[in-house]
Design a protein around this ligand. Structure first.
Ligand SMILES: Cc1ncc(COP(=O)(O)O)c(C=O)c1O
Length: 372
């Protein structure tokens, strides 16, 4: 077992990029497998960010648009983004509402569905923003445990629907499990449940599987889809998300948004428009993410840790048998990750974001050094 000093030496010997604030350019990050130690000297594997930086085409657009940073966004720039999104989905611009990151979509949805209180049904565990928001706004939160194979239990969720249920929310792939629902099963579920109440499918990781229920919004006012640029396009710090829904529902929900054009900065809007064309970056990231995820899964298996196979850029693994304080012990090895997921049956889980292959090797090495 190596001590911390030898780990520092190892980090030094590895090919490292030290990210000090804004000094590392996107082009120096994109396509590079290096470990990225941030200015805080930590390897960030806790927030499911894109480890390869902002899409290079978006970065170029950002740099070009910076000189317009003194201007407010104009409606025509947002319209260009809406048109591009609509063309990609085979929908109309009226089916979209753009936001500063998809947590704004989730916040807006929480406000919208909680107008008359009532209940909201969510799988557990899942991405906590919407369930927490709904609860804070006075709704009853009904958590439905995931199944033994860590897949969202659609039948159990359906069985919980009551007269006062205003929303059924789920993520596909689910965060933190990384598991997905079979396309037809999910589609049938959304079609059936939307006869009774609003259904939102959070597709933050949609590009990882290219499977969506977005087309259902054409004819169905009760179907909502949440999306983000934070993941595959590397916009977590730039903040662009969007809601997809029936044109009437979008119009109704837009009343609760503080501003329709100014939420995303003028500069970032240009970047989002460019990112949608960056097919090379997208393909590179999906390929490298798959390779790094497979490497991580195998390495954990060799340590007798049965991780859950992931369809996203993060991986959940059991930490029940860990003797110390898992998150703190990994942080002491310079790896930031999550150690706070708990199933309703009490099982505890860690979640590591999939970084570059270099970062995943550092993660595995740290896992071997702590006391299991
Ligand atoms: C399922 C899910 N939805 C939404 C978000 C929020 O992302 P953002 O607000 O950056 O778009 C995340 C972020 O991790 C997520 O995992």
């Amino acid at each position: 077992m190596r001590n911390f000093n030898s780990r520092r030496e190892w980090l030094k010997k590895s090919s490292l990029t030290i990210l000090t604030g804004l000094t590392a350019s996107s082009s120096s990050l994109a396509f590079s497998d290096k470990i990225r130690v941030f200015a805080d000297e930590m390897i960030h594997l806790d927030k499911n960010e894109n480890p390869f930086g902002v899409s290079p085409m978006a970065m170029k657009a950002l740099q070009g648009a910076l000189s317009e940073g003194h201007r407010y966004a104009v409606a025509s720039t947002k319209d260009t983004l809406l048109q591009k999104l609509a063309a990609r989905e085979g929908l109309n611009p009226e089916n979209f509402l753009t936001t500063a990151g998809s947590v704004e979509v989730l916040g807006l949805t929480s406000i919208y569905v909680s107008r008359n209180k009532g209940s909201v049904i969510c799988p557990y565990p899942t991405f906590a923003t919407l369930p927490n928001n709904c609860q804070r706004l006075g709704m009853e939160l009904i958590n439905v445990p995931i199944s033994g194979d860590k897949i969202i239990d659609l039948e159990a969720m359906k069985a919980k629907i009551k007269d006062d249920t205003r929303l059924v929310y789920l993520c596909n792939p689910n965060n933190p499990t990384g598991t997905i629902l079979e396309a037809k099963l999910l589609r049938d579920f959304v079609e059936e449940v939307s006869k009774k109440t609003i259904v939102m499918v959070d597709e933050a990781y949609f590009e990882f599987l290219n499977q969506s229920v977005a087309d259902l919004v054409k004819a169905n006012k009760n179907v909502l889809v949440s999306r983000t640029f934070s993941k595959v396009y590397g916009f977590a710090g730039l903040r662009v998300g969007y809601l997809i829904g029936h044109a009437d529902t979008i119009k109704d929900m837009a009343k609760y948004q503080a501003t329709s054009t100014l939420g995303i900065s003028n500069v970032v809007l240009h970047a989002a428009i460019a990112a949608l064309d960056d097919k090379e970056f997208l393909a590179m990231y999906l390929k490298k993410n798959r390779e790094a995820a497979d490497f991580t899964y195998k390495a954990l298996k060799e340590m007798n840790i049965a991780a859950v196979p992931t369809q996203g850029n993060f991986m959940m693994f059991p930490i029940d048998t860990y003797k110390g304080k898992f998150g703190a012990d990994m942080a002491a090895k310079k790896i930031l990750l999550r150690d706070d997921f708990k199933e309703l049956n009490g099982n505890k889980w860690g979640r590591v974001s999939i970084g570059t292959i270099g970062e995943m090797k550092a993660f595995v090495e740290a896992m071997k050094q702590i006391s299991w």
